[in-house]
Structures are given as structure tokens and as C-alpha cells.
Ligand binder design. Structure first.
Ligand SMILES: *Cc1c(COP(=O)(O)O)cnc(C)c1O
Length: 430
């Protein structure tokens, strides 16, 4: 499989190059040259295949010739070593819990897949690579943990000071070794802008090899399609139309689901659920893409004003708005509505959702009002404990700390302040 740049001004490249570069030299995101199709019978087999077998079949065409079969198998074995349970809440609604991994965020899968791929590509190299990543919350922790101790790889994480939760901050500032955290006085978009600038700084790229671990990296983006396959692997056959509601920020996760649908997964509709950062919901109303600066919310991993992966969704639909509308709806919800949803899920179903999952639930409910005869799955993207303060004050309840979290609670946070791009560049060169 070759990958092309969505800006179409860079040569097509291999999976390896796409992973190492992160973003194409012309600033475009990489996209697979063609979309493979699942073999006939694969969908019918989903229920009886193991998660590893499903992962092998889905991922092989994207990495063929670059990751040998046994290497891919080794990577997927580590990536899929926790559960992805589908919890039935009744009324045709299930929660797909993606938070049982090492940092309790769904980003663990993509981050680990990328770390292990990169580790493989650099296995015999005397060069080093620096992974530069901006995080609005969960990416940082998942990337940090995924890359911890991988030789030949340095990790530098930028995060908006005061805008991530205490647990999230601990997960990215307490690891040490090859992981460095930089705190920025500003928003996630400010962090993202600095990262993008570093990638296009030719002076810098002559001196160090930089790559991105944001969801724009193909090695982070593509494996997320496995969630949708693993949901179908667990779903009983009801004969109803299947819809997924995905709490969305940078739109990498939902885009991977839409890719799986194009490959042959029988999904009838996707719902992109957002908080008040509603660039895509507005786009789906007006067909005009008009990004706004991001606003801070209680679902802060989705506080994204200009979602970077949305161009991939447009590419998947050949920029055909009417066609896209047949497969995607998008709704935005306020913090107040999100808290109400958390309360009703707790009261009526005894289910503790985190604010991101609650936004996903709201989107599903809204869609099902006009499509009652559907099988709805919302993605629960983070463990509620990662948003402890919000969950506590909204539900008036305590949640026990899982071992993955307890581990970071009494470690010292270490981070370096950076003010602007020049300071970031100097840090990277030092
Ligand atoms: C990153 C994140 C999201 C958004 O995922 P995207 O792929 O960026 O749309 C949603 N929920 C949580 C908890 C996250 O960490």
C-alpha cells in the first residue's frame, strides 16, 4: 500500500515513510492510495474470529511489505491485550468501552500501534527520532505510556496548562526516561499550531528527525478501525440497522470507522457527536467549513476548533457533500446537556459515563428519535475516573481508582514551560 498527501504536492510514499514523517512535506495528511475490501465472508465470520485474527485481516493490506506478518502479529498481540466490552444498556443502546487499556483512554490502541511500528522501523538504526505531539488531554498519556522505554525514540508532548485534568497531567508528566512534557499557556489549538510549525521548519528537520504521534499519523489513525470490527464481533444479530455515535474532537476515530464501513463493514450511519466546538455540526448544516477557535468544556479531549482529520472524511467521500450526508450526521451538545445525560445514565441505567461518552450517548439518542428501529452503539472513550472532578460533582458519587491510575497519583509532576515557537525549537535542539 502506498500513501499520498492530501495536498497532492508530495510524492506517494510507503507506510514506513508515512509513519516516520507523520505529515507529508507539503503539509498534507497521508491517505491510502486505495481502500481495500474485506474478503467475502469476513463479516459473517466476525463473531467467531478472535480479535487478533480480525486485526490481522483488517490491518495487513495497509502495512503489507513494510511490517512482515509475524511482526504485525507481535504488535497486534500487544495492542489488543485488553478488553473492549460492549455493554448493553437496553432500548437498543450499547456502550462500547474503549478505556480498559494502560492509560484508560481509547487512544491506547493507536498510540501503542504507532510506538511499536516506529520501534520496529528504528530497530537497527543508530539515528534517533523525536516524536512531537500536542495533546488536548488523552493523547499525551497514551502516547507517553506507549513509547516509554522504546529505544531510539524521544517523545516531546505539548499540553495546554490548566486545561487538562489532574490525572491526565500526571499521566504525561510523571514517566521520565525518554518522555518530556512541555506546558503551554494557551489552548490546544496553540499547541497544535506550534507542532505544525516545527514540522515545516526546514532548518529544524535538517538537524533532527521529527515525527508526529497525533491522530494525523497513519499508524495511530488506521488501527482505530478495529473498534468498529470488535463491536460487530460482539453484537448479537438483531437484523436492525447499526449506527455508531462517536464523541469526536480531531475526528480520527470516526474517520477510521467510516473507512471500515467503506471496506465492507455493515454500518448504516455514523453520528459525530461534539461538545460546543461545533465546526463539523455546522458544516453538516451549511456545507461551509468555517472553523472557530476552540472553547474549553468538560469533555476537554474534544476541545478542537479545527479538526485535523476531517479532510480525510471529505477525501473518503470525494468532496461530495450530498453523499457524505447520507452516511454522517453531526450534533453538538453543551456542558449542561452533557451533565444531564451523565445523570440520567446513572439514574436510569446505573451506568457511570465520562463526559465524552455522555456526549456520544446524547448524539445517539438524538439520532434514534427519528430512527427508532436501529441498533445504536456509542463509544465510551475514557474511563470516568479520568474526569474525576466532573463525575464527582455531577453524580455525587465516588469512583474507586483503578490500578493504572493509582500508580501515577503520588508521583511528582515534571514539565517545562514554553512560551512560543522559538522556545519549542530551542528545546528540541538542546
Ligand atoms: C481524543 C479523544 C476523543 C476524540 O477523538 P478524535 O479521534 O480526536 O475525534 C474523544 N474522547 C476522548 C476521551 C479522547 O481522548
Amino acid at each position: 500500500m502506498k500513501y499520498y498527501s492530501l495536498n497532492k504536492r508530495s510524492p506517494n510514499t510507503s507506510f514506513r515513510e508515512a509513519v516516520i514523517r507523520g505529515i507529508a512535506p507539503d503539509g498534507g495528511l497521508y491517505f491510502p492510495e486505495h481502500i481495500p475490501e474485506f474478503r467475502p465472508g469476513f463479516i459473517k465470520d466476525l463473531g467467531r474470529l478472535s480479535p487478533l485474527e480480525i486485526g490481522m485481516e483488517a490491518m495487513t493490506p495497509f502495512v503489507e511489505g513494510e511490517l512482515p506478518g509475524e511482526v504485525l502479529e507481535g504488535i497486534l498481540t500487544k495492542v489488543l491485550d485488553f478488553e473492549f466490552p460492549l455493554v448493553n444498556l437496553g432500548g437498543g443502546i450499547s456502550s462500547l468501552e474503549l478505556f480498559h487499556g494502560p492509560t484508560m483512554a481509547f487512544k491506547d490502541v493507536g498510540a501503542r500501534f504507532m510506538a511499536l511500528s516506529l520501534g520496529y522501523f528504528y530497530r537497527n538504526s543508530d539515528k534517533e527520532v523525536t516524536v512531537l505531539v500536542a495533546t488536548s488531554g488523552d493523547t499525551g498519556g497514551a502516547v507517553a505510556k506507549g513509547f516509554l522505554g522504546v529505544t531510539g525514540v524521544n517523545v516531546v508532548i505539548l499540553y495546554p496548562e490548566g486545561k487538562v485534568s489532574d490525572i491526565q497531567e500526571r499521566q504525561l508528566t510523571t514517566l521520565g526516561q525518554n518522555i518530556k512534557a512541555l506546558r503551554v499557556k494557551g489552548t490546544f489549538d496553540d499547541c497544535q499550531r506550534m507542532v505544525k510549525k516545527a514540522f515545516t521548519d526546514e532548518n529544524l528537520s535538517r538537524k533532527i528527525q521529527l515525527t508526529s504521534a497525533n491522530s494525523i499519523n497513519v499508524a495511530r489513525w488506521l488501527p482505530q478501525m478495529l473498534y468498529y470490527l470488535l463491536a460487530c464481533h460482539q453484537l448479537p444479530h438483531t437484523g436492525k440497522k447499526l449506527v455508531f455515535s462517536v464523541p469526536s474532537g480531531n475526528f480520527g476515530n470516526i474517520c477510521a470507522g467510516m473507512l471500515a464501513q467503506r471496506m465492507g463493514l455493515p454500518v448504516s450511519h455514523f453520528i459525530a457527536s461534539t461538545n460546543v466546538n461545533d465546526t463539523v455540526p455546522r458544516y453538516m448544516q451549511t456545507s461551509e467549513y468555517d472553523p472557530h477557535p476552540s472553547t474549553a468544556t468538560i469533555s476537554n479531549a474534544m476541545d478542537v476548533g479545527d479538526p485535523s482529520n476531517f479532510v480525510r472524511i471529505l477525501e473518503l467521500y470525494g468532496q461530495d457533500f450530498e453523499e457524505l450526508k447520507k452516511h454522517l450526521s453531526s450534533y453538538s451538545f453543551s456542558d449542561k446537556e452533557t451533565r444531564e445525560a451523565m445523570k440520567s445514565l446513572y439514574r436510569d441505567n446505573g451506568y457511570v459515563a465520562d463526559p465524552h461518552g455522555a456526549v456520544g450517548y446524547l448524539g445517539l439518542k438524538k439520532y434514534m428519535q427519528s430512527h427508532p428501529d436501529t441498533e445504536g452503539v456509542f463509544l465510551e472513550t475514557a474511563h470516568p475516573v479520568k474526569f474525576l472532578d466532573v463525575v464527582r460533582e455531577t453524580l455525587n458519587t465516588e469512583i474507586p481508582l483503578p490500578p493504572q491510575i493509582r500508580e501515577v497519583m503520588d508521583k511528582e509532576k515534571v514539565s517545562t514551560p514554553v512560551k512560543g515557537y522559538e522556545e519549542l525549537r530551542d528545546f528540541l535542539l538542546s
